[in-house]
Design a protein around this ligand. Structure first.
Ligand code: UDP
Length: 327
């Protein structure tokens, strides 16, 4: 049995990770300031043996030091997430992402804890290669476009993590998560799948941005969590970056159609120009597919859950929330 600390553990991915570790009999502490995380995500875990939570910012040095001193492994997931949030609150995004990771790495180094930092496919920026591989060059837009602040802040996190590994020998693994979806993800910060499912359930128009021919590949959170748990344990993962995501590509228009079928909704599909959806001059990515050969070679990981099943799980999760009064 090991002691795990999950920063951002009340968030969408963090709460699934906490649950999976507890199910394996591990001890799990989480730290979350509930800025985008929700108590409802961890409510079923509260009171379980081996589970502890602290409601605090990861930059709260006293709380973080105490939790890090007890941890064998730290999963650093606390971050500002979602394109919408990044565009709306760029100062918060940059500060949270950079100083949060700095605080976590310092604390981990003090107690020699292993660290896994979740990064994002956003760091590939507007590169046009399909698929994106970890050693590809990155192409970001200008600093006048707030969207790229997210990618740049996560790149600094990656650089810092890799530097701790290189310079101090701290075991740090970096995972670039591609569009990860599943139950408990909220559409409030712009994520497309929970937004579409919510719109379909209410009978509201499904809002496809642009012409809907842009593609994404969606990976279920359960598959992603499996990769995180295995990577952090593998001795050869330290000091490396791994893509984790699905290679099953779908256009956003097809996704809207699939959501309608799975939910049995009669919502119309409404096309909204990017400038209206985000901000004038907003740059979207046409395609985003991960090359997952590195993670497959090291731990034999492949996603197992199909997109149709993912949409069904999200729908069931949101129906449950509604029934439970959390919708
Ligand atoms: N999107 C959309 N309607 C929405 C929210 C998002 O068409 O209500 C589009 C968005 O423009 C992008 C894709 O769905 O092309 C995925 O968006 P998300 O914010 O989920 O992830 P990311 O842009 O980071 O891949």
């Amino acid at each position: 049995m090991s002691n795990y600390l999950i920063t951002g553990g009340a968030g969408f991915i963090g709460s699934h990770l906490a649950e999976a570790l507890l199910a394996r009999g591990e001890r799990v502490s989480i730290i979350d300031d509930l800025s985008t995380g929700r108590m409802a995500n961890i409510a079923p875990l509260v009171g379980r043996p081996g589970f502890h939570f602290a409601i605090a910012d990861v930059r709260d040095a006293i709380v973080l030091d105490r939790l890090a001193s007890e941890a064998d492994v730290i999963f650093h997931l606390a971050a500002a997430v979602g394109v919408q949030l990044v565009v709306d609150r760029p100062v918060h995004t940059i500060e949270t992402n950079i100083s949060g990771t700095e605080a976590v790495l310092r604390a981990a180094f003090r107690y020699r804890a292993k660290v896994l930092i979740t990064s994002t496919s956003e760091v590939y920026g507007k590169g046009v290669r399909v698929p994106f591989a970890e050693e590809d060059d990155v192409v970001l837009g200008p600093t006048s476009k707030h969207r790229w602040a997210y990618a740049a802040s996560k790149m600094v996190d990656e650089f810092l993590g890799l530097a701790y590994h290189h310079e101090y020998g701290l075991p740090v693994v970096i995972v670039r998560l591609f569009n990860t979806v599943g139950p408990r993800q909220t559409g409030r910060y712009g994520m497309v799948l929970p937004r579409f499912v919510g719109q379909a359930m209410r009978g509201d128009p499904i809002t496809v941005y642009g012409d809907g021919t842009q593609t994404r590949s969606f990976c279920d959170v359960a598959d992603a969590v499996r990769a995180l748990m295995r990577l952090v344990e593998h001795p050869d993962a330290a000091g490396k970056v791994f893509n984790v995501g699905s290679q099953e590509e779908i256009t956003i228009r097809q996704l809207a159609e699939l959501v309608k079928v799975v939910t049995g909704s009669r919502s119309e599909i409404k096309y909204i120009p990017y400038a209206e959806a985000y901000a004038p001059g907003f740059e979207d990515l046409r395609r985003r597919v991960p090359d997952t050969s590195r993670v497959r070679a090291l731990i034999g990981w492949l996603p197992e859950i199909s997109l149709e099943e993912i949409v069904r799980r999200v729908y069931e999760g949101m129906r449950g929330d509604q029934a439970g009064g959390n919708g």
